[in-house]
Design a protein around this ligand. Structure first.
Ligand code: NAD
Length: 700
């Protein structure tokens, strides 16, 4: 049963009950309609209260039904809303905790609304490239006022009920309850007080005007254009609200529906919906059921207080967990702590962090030079130099001191996690937690599952990731894991493009126009070109036949390591991040090209984007086939959250699906003909070939 029916004297109470957030799925809708029919049929019932069980009034559509025909099967949400609106008995929505999307639209169909303080109110559909499709764009402006409603619809952000209740002239809430606990009693009393009032108020009948109509909507359109250049939905939200101010209610509803359906078919909305589901799916591991027992994580230790160690520690401090940091020398500890302080102080200065919170967080941080002080930590994360000998020494020490059951994690980017686990007598407790730099900012966390990592360790760290607000993706063990293994191929292509005739700026511009946050050369300058240099020295020693452009090595030989040295592929002015093209670097690229006897050619932006993005796709197909990633959508998440891939394109594999895998493979075969490229790399991965042969997509 997903909606309950109860009668309290002359008031019927219908309670939505579909955990976790009372999503309005098919079964819930059917139960709701049955409960309404009962309330209308029983003569003793004078008024009806609608509320939600547990943690929400309703979070809106049931995401399990997303994209399936069930979402639109009758009775659909629009039918429920007209049932409420046309009810001859008054209906009162009693809102608490969460009233979002379809949940809020349902409440707007009721005659009255009472809210508990602290209720998050939102129409978040724009975040998945849509607009509210069950009257939200037509009713909310009537209930709340045009400007605040438009702000909510365009941003999709949640606002607390008590804030909305303070807006002058708002009619969204008829009254506020004192608390969530007293909400039902207050709703019952309110329902009794209005039970005989007629006519019944309906939001659809209320006026909807803006005093500076034309000028205001023009202003809103300009704002939205600047902020959401790759997304059609926000501008359509403005159109729909403007229509609410100009047309009759039913015509406005028809217009909203038409816009909604058109948006559903845009690649942007498909990509954002893919991403929404992909993010939720990423935390699920096929052979680790959700009821797998977890280990308690109450205290954390971090080894190494450098670039990564400091950022990693901040994540746990932010979540209220005590952290102990270990270094070899006091000086290094002091430096690390000073950096953490500096980061927090900058947040305090900007007003993003309260002084009191900063003090609390720093009080949770302690330091040590001795491994024996770490023994009681539940989770220890190592972030020392990327050298296997150093990792060996650290993990042997950890194995010696840590209590049984402690989880031992390495932040290694490239080293063999199974080998690291083998330095201990407890490989089942070892795994990789690969944070991205800056570790306190970047949302992605690659969880590297070793051959022997225990299932309860996996379940535990996935929950810990949620606690520290990371989007975690599981990767198997291979060189570079998911993200860096793919970026290596992307980097190789970027190098070949220089050899063939491009400048760094041309390559960066082309992919930035495509939507990448940063092109490969600006990214190299940010991360430090010396890091890639060191990795190439190691990797390509092991693979002597590996074809790659030597320009990046030549750049490093000049000491141009990137932003940190003020010079890389570009020049940098201290304190600024603008990349200024450098003539010497361009001359270096040209001289190297000439030394190889290559006549430069003009490479189109389209070819640049395809070679860079399809190199990711082909490597990803190998990664999937080898079982390094559990599913295609995990790879998309890695690229969106860790590498600045444009969200409106849904990740490299979703993008390839959109283009059609047949077309992608055709392009790869064309690239394989280029004598300056690596023909063997462009052999389409077997999985990709099979998908094309079967007419399937990665998503399937
Ligand atoms: P870093 O050089 O900034 O910091 C390393 C710190 O470890 C230094 O402070 C050093 O004093 C300390 N250290 C070295 N040996 C130690 C030991 N035996 N015991 C205790 N402390 C010791 O390096 P980083 O950039 O923070 O990288 C650390 C790890 O994180 C590496 O494995 C690296 O591959 C990985 N990683 C780095 C990045 C990045 O962008 N920098 C991203 C992801 C992962």
């Amino acid at each position: 049963m997903s909606a309950h029916y109860q009668v309290h004297g002359e008031i019927a109470v219908i309670t939505l009950d579909n955990p976790p957030v009372n999503g309005l799925g098919y079964v819930t809708r059917v139960a709701f309609v049955a409960a309404m029919a009962q309330a209308l049929a029983e003569n003793a019932v004078q008024a009806i209260v609608i509320t939600g069980a547990g943690k929400a009034f309703s979070g809106g559509a049931d995401i399990k039904e997303f994209g399936s025909p069930k979402a639109f099967q009758e009775p659909h949400l629009l039918s429920l809303i007209s049932l409420l609106e046309s009810s001859p008995k008054p209906v009162v929505a009693a809102l608490h905790s969460v009233a979002m999307g379809g949940g809020l639209e349902l409440a707007l169909g009721c005659h009255y609304r009472i809210a508990a303080p602290g209720t998050s109110i939102a129409l978040p559909e724009v975040k998945i490239g849509l607009l509210p499709g069950a009257g939200g764009t037509q009713r909310l402006p009537r209930a709340l006022g045009v400007e605040p409603a438009l702000n909510m619809i365009v941003s999709g952000e949640a606002i607390q009920s008590e804030m909305l209740a303070m807006l002058p002239g708002q009619k969204l809430f008829d009254t506020m309850a004192a608390s969530k606990d007293s909400l039902l009693d207050e709703a019952l009393a309110f329902a009794r007080s209005i039970a005989s009032v007629r006519p019944l108020p309906r939001v659809r009948d209320w006026p909807c005007k803006h005093p500076q109509g034309e000028a205001y909507f023009q202003f809103a359109r300009n704002m939205v254009k600047g902020m959401a250049k790759n997304f059609p939905a926000p501008a359509k939200c403005v159109d729909a609200v403007e229509i609410a101010t100009k047309k009759k209610f039913d015509d406005g509803m028809a217009a909203e529906r038409e816009i909604f359906i058109n948006l559903m078919w845009t690649p942007e909305s498909r990509s954002l919906r893919h991403l929404f589901l992909a993010e939720r799916a990423a935390s699920k591991i096929p052979d680790v059921p959700s009821d797998t027992p977890q280990r308690a994580i109450q205290t954390v230790a971090v080894i190494g207080a450098g670039t990564m160690g400091g950022g990693i520690a901040m994540n746990f401090l932010n979540a209220g967990l005590p952290v102990k940091m270990l270094e070899m020398q006091q000086e290094a500890l002091d430096r690390g702590i000073a950096t953490i302080r500096k980061n927090y102080e900058a947040q305090v200065k900007k007003g993003k962090l309260k002084q009191e919170k900063y003090d609390q967080r720093m009080a949770l941080l302690s330091t040590t030079l001795s491994y024996d002080d770490l023994k009681d930590a539940d989770l220890v994360i190592e972030a020392v130099f990327e050298e296997i000998g150093v990792k060996e020494a650290v993990f042997k020490e950890l194995d010696r001191v840590m209590k049984p059951g402690a989880i031992l994690a390495s932040n290694t980017s490239t080293l063999d996690l199974n080998r690291i686990a083998g330095f201990t007598q407890r490989p089942q407790d070892v795994l990789g937690l690969h944070f991205f730099s800056p570790a306190n900012v970047m949302k992605l966390l690659e969880v590297v599952r070793g051959e022997k990592t225990a299932k309860d360790v996996m379940a535990t760290v996935m929950a810990v990731a949620k606690k520290i607000r990371k989007t975690a993706v599981v990767s198997g063990v291979c060189d570079g894991f998911i993200g860096n293994r793919m970026i290596e191929q992307y980097g190789r292509q970027a190098g070949f493009l220089l050899d063939e005739g491009c400048t760094p700026a041309q390559v960066d511009r082309a992919v930035e126009k495509f939507g990448m946050a940063m092109g490969p050369f600006r990214m190299g300058d940010l991360a430090g070109n010396d890091i890639g240099w060191a990795i190439r020295k190691r990797r390509y020693l092991e693979k002597p036949g590996m074809k790659y452009s030597k320009t990046a090595d030549l750049l490093c030989e000049k000491g141009r390591f990137g932003q940190k040295t003020g010079a890389g592929w570009y020049d940098y002015v201290p304190g600024k991040r603008d990349a200024i093209p450098n003539a010497e670097v361009v001359a270096m690229v040209e001289a190297h090209r000439a030394s190889l006897g290559i006549t430069p050619r003009k490479v189109s932006d389209e070819e640049i984007v395809q070679r860079l993005v399809f190199s990711l796709v082909n490597e990803a197909a190998h990664i999937l086939e080898e079982g390094i990633a559990n599913k295609a959508s995990d790879i998309d998440i890695v690229y969106i959250f860790g590498y600045g891939f444009p969200p409106h394109r849904g990740g490299p594999l979703q993008y390839a699906d959109e283009l059609g895998l047949f077309n992608v493979v055709q392009a790869m075969q064309r690239f394989a003909q280029n004598p300056l490229d690596d023909a063997s790399f462009w052999q389409p991965a077997p999985l990709l070939q099979r998908l094309v042969a079967d007419g399937k997509t990665f998503g399937q």
